[in-house]
Ligand binder design. Structure first.
Ligand SMILES: NC(=O)c1ccc[n+]([C@@H]2O[C@H](COP(=O)([O-])OP(=O)(O)OC[C@H]3O[C@@H](n4cnc5c(N)ncnc54)[C@H](OP(=O)(O)O)[C@@H]3O)[C@@H](O)[C@H]2O)c1
Length: 335
């Protein structure tokens, strides 16, 4: 598996990582622990060295799974986790009732890190992200708390998720930010306007989450697909059957390029991200070995400048329908 460096840092990971969220959270009930443990081991065997989890996935279950499954591979893999939510008893991950409770107060960050270290069974967290910017805590205070944790040897690298450019700059001035993790894919290209140029200027890597459009860009979802109420996608405007139908033009585009390259739509969606910048590392999520293999196969799909021009030209004529998040969750991004 090819490797990539995240920005100007010395953090080197497989060119495609593995998003672990869906193994325990967000896309229906948690999956079988033993099967997921085997899948994580199979990913390492196939050269994946970058794994993404968060305290809030479960909560806690996903970190426990990743910690246990990757324990035999300590030192060979990079595990990223995230803090930033108040996981009190009425915590609502979808933010549908009340607030999903952001909390990035320094004492809370330090407490969260102690829990993550235990569950991940590590002495140092390779990459620690703030999951969402907390408007009640100056980002300088967050960066200072992470700086302390780095000095104590509990954390190696600092990351932000869905932060706006001013926040990125302010944080970076206090404690260099290694990575920004934000949604980026053929159907969410907002980071291209301000975020990506800022990351390039500051030498910060980009980890696109939901690089397969939460499954849509694989071509395996259409307007007849239904989502269980425990599946987060049942709450998303972009996953109503009308939006899925309207957005099928994107799948037609990916399908035609896939045919030309003898690849799959999922591989084209990932190869397109890899072709944007050499410091981009997508983290597709899957709970199935054959899909993991398909997704990592994207590193061998090389899109030429003609391919990229064709994709951009065709994509610019498609207006994606449906908001990516309900209003309340969208407000938590870009701050
Ligand atoms: N920072 C943040 O706020 C944030 C937000 C969301 C996600 N994330 C991270 O990013 C990771 C990836 O994002 P994501 O899981 O939301 O979306 P994604 O990677 O775009 O898509 C995952 C979905 O696609 C399906 N899938 C994967 N590969 C496939 C293939 N080759 N063919 C057909 N279907 C395929 C998966 O189902 P199966 O499991 O059935 O294969 C799953 O439902 C997460 O695991 C998480 O670690 C971070």
């Amino acid at each position: 598996m090819q490797k990539r460096k995240l920005g100007n840092s010395n953090l080197e990971v497989s060119a495609i990582g593995l998003g672990c969220m869906g193994m325990s959270f967000s896309y229906g009930p948690p999956k079988d622990m033993q099967e997921m443990t085997a899948l994580l081991g199979a990913a390492v065997e196939r050269g994946v060295t970058f794994f993404d989890t968060a305290e809030v996935y479960g909560p806690f279950l996903n970190e426990e799974l990743v910690g246990e499954a990757l324990a035999p591979f300590r030192g060979q893999v990079v595990i990223a986790t995230k803090f930033g939510f108040d996981l009190n008893p009425d915590f609502d991950p979808r933010g549908m009732k009340g607030s999903p409770g952001l909390n990035s107060r320094p004492e809370h960050i330090k407490q969260a890190v102690e829990g993550s270290l235990k569950r991940l069974k590590v002495e140092t967290i390779d990459l620690l992200y703030q999951h969402r910017v907390d408007p009640n805590v100056p980002i300088e205070d967050v960066a200072l708390a992470v700086k302390d944790l780095i000095q104590e040897g509990k954390v190696k690298h600092f990351g932000l998720s869905e932060a706006g450019v001013e926040t990125i700059r302010r944080a970076h001035a206090v404690q260099p930010v290694t990575v920004l993790q934000s949604e980026y894919s053929l159907w969410w290209r907002k980071p291209e306007a301000e975020v990506i140029p800022t990351l390039e200027e500051l030498g910060i890597g980009l980890v696109p989450y939901s690089p397969l459009g939460k499954g849509f860009l694989t071509g395996k979802i259409d307007e007849t697909t239904t989502f269980d109420s425990s599946d987060f996608r049942s709450t998303l405007p972009r996953f109503t059957s009308e939006a899925l139908k309207a957005n099928q033009a994107l799948i037609d585009l990916l399908g035609s390029i896939a045919e030309r390259k003898q690849a799959t739509p999922a591989q084209i969606a990932l190869a397109w991200l890899l072709a944007q910048k050499p410091w981009i590392v997508p983290i597709p999520g899957t709970t199935k070995l054959h899909r993991l293999e398909e997704n990592i196969g994207a590193v061998s799909v090389e899109l030429t400048s003609d391919d990229l021009r064709d994709i951009d030209g065709a994509a610019s004529k498609i207006t994606v329908q449906g908001a990516r998040y309900p209003e309340k969750l969208e407000q938590m991004t870009g701050r």
